[in-house]
Design a protein around this ligand. Structure first.
Ligand SMILES: CC1=C(CCC(=O)O)c2cc3nc(cc4[nH]c(cc5[nH]c(cc1n2)c(C)c5CCC(=O)O)c(CCC(=O)O)c4C)C(CCC(=O)O)=C3C
Ligand SMILES: [Fe+2]
Length: 317
């Protein structure tokens, strides 16, 4: 009989429904319920992108299903993979995922996050929680910390950048006149003094994607910064757009590299908020498609999992 290897697939998590936004937001705020106007503001943003249905979880569910299928397509002689979700701010929580594996009799597992870049504030905190529960539950676990330069990930992003540059050319723009804006979720500035690799990894991904897509007219910018008193990493994409428009840049292609599926930060912060600013500035703004269940992305994840299993001698060959 083949041995079962668990794969804990972790991500930030998205609410189950509009009614669930309050509990979700309270968890993000470490148990402090949001003020009514804060809650309304977040609910309004979700409402603006979902229009009654709530497809964001399905994106993640599909990614996890496809990863499991991709891993088992390998038909390893001695092992079979079972994927479990573990979310940071909503059910099934990271701890639930690990306990679920243990209850299913899984003794060995690897953990991976649906975000390519490592920060102690994101991926690091997911791993810490999974490790603690794995120790309690008696599951031997190891983790993939980042995969921001995996060749298939770079290829997947580069294909999307090229496709949208072609779309710009079809509207009459010159390819080299389009400014490619690579972006990612901002974090508090203090991560830099903590020696966090997040920013460097994002710049490395940007450079690799630009090179693969043959793009020289690009820059990196942050997006979706929190509204707290402490400083967050900048410049923000909206400020970058304003500055570029003052330099007479008319075509911009925003390419979020830190998100792997259609999330609030993509569907609202870019498609609604940034698009509105683009209109005010009389700038033509496009966005690359999200990876979602892109084949190359699924292969990236499967390859990372398999490499980690071989390293820990969980599988042979
Ligand atoms: C680095 C990073 C990623 C990328 C890496 C990764 O994916 O892990 C990410 C992803 C996501 N963030 C998400 C949603 C939210 N993040 C918030 C708040 C925060 N994000 C932070 C960081 C990140 N977040 C931080 C430091 C905060 C401050 C509070 C805290 O320390 O946590 C808030 C509160 C309100 C607001 O500020 O807007 C919301 C609603 C969703 C799901 C959206 C959906 O449902 O589609 C996703 C994928
Ligand atoms: Fe976030």
């Amino acid at each position: 009989m083949k041995k079962k290897i668990g794969v804990l697939v972790m991500s930030y998590g998205t609410p189950k429904s509009l009614d669930d936004v309050e509990a979700y937001y309270t968890h993000i705020r470490r148990g402090n319920p949001p003020a009514p106007e804060q809650l309304k503001e977040l609910k309004d943003r979700y409402e603006a992108i979902v229009g009654g249905v709530f497809p964001l979880r399905e994106n993640t569910d599909r990614q996890v299903e496809e990863l499991q299928a991709e891993l088992n397509r390998l038909e390893l002689p001695d092992a079979e993979f079972v994927c479990y979700q573990g979310l940071k701010h909503t059910e099934p929580f990271i701890e639930d995922g690990v306990r679920h594996m243990a209850a299913d009799g899984i003794a060995e597992a690897v953990g991976i996050v649906l975000a390519p870049h490592y920060s102690t504030m994101s991926v690091g905190s997911y791993i810490k929680r999974a490790k603690a529960t794995a120790e309690e539950a008696g599951v031997r676990m190891s983790f993939i910390e980042s995969y921001h330069l995996h060749p298939k990930l770079i290829e997947a992003f580069a294909q999307r950048v090229s496709a949208k540059l072609d779309a710009f050319v079809e509207t009459g723009a010159k390819r080299e006149d389009v400014k490619v804006l690579f972006s990612a979720h901002s974090l508090p500035e203090r991560i830099l003094s903590m020696g966090d690799p997040y920013r460097d990894q994002l710049l490395e991904t940007s450079e690799a994607v630009a090179e693969k897509a043959g793009v020289s007219n690009w820059q990196f910018t942050w997006q979706s910064a929190g509204r707290t008193a402490e400083p967050w990493l900048g410049p923000d994409v909206l400020d970058t757009m304003k500055e570029l428009s003052e330099q007479d840049v008319r075509y911009m292609l925003v390419s979020p590299l830190g998100f792997v599926s259609d999330h609030l930060e993509v569907l609202y912060d870019l498609d609604i908020e940034a698009q509105q600013v683009a209109e005010e500035l009389d700038v033509r703004l496009m966005r690359i498609d999200s990876l979602n269940t892109d084949r190359l992305y699924m292969e990236t994840l499967a390859d990372c999992v398999l490499t980690e299993c071989r390293k820990g001698a969980l599988v042979h060959g």
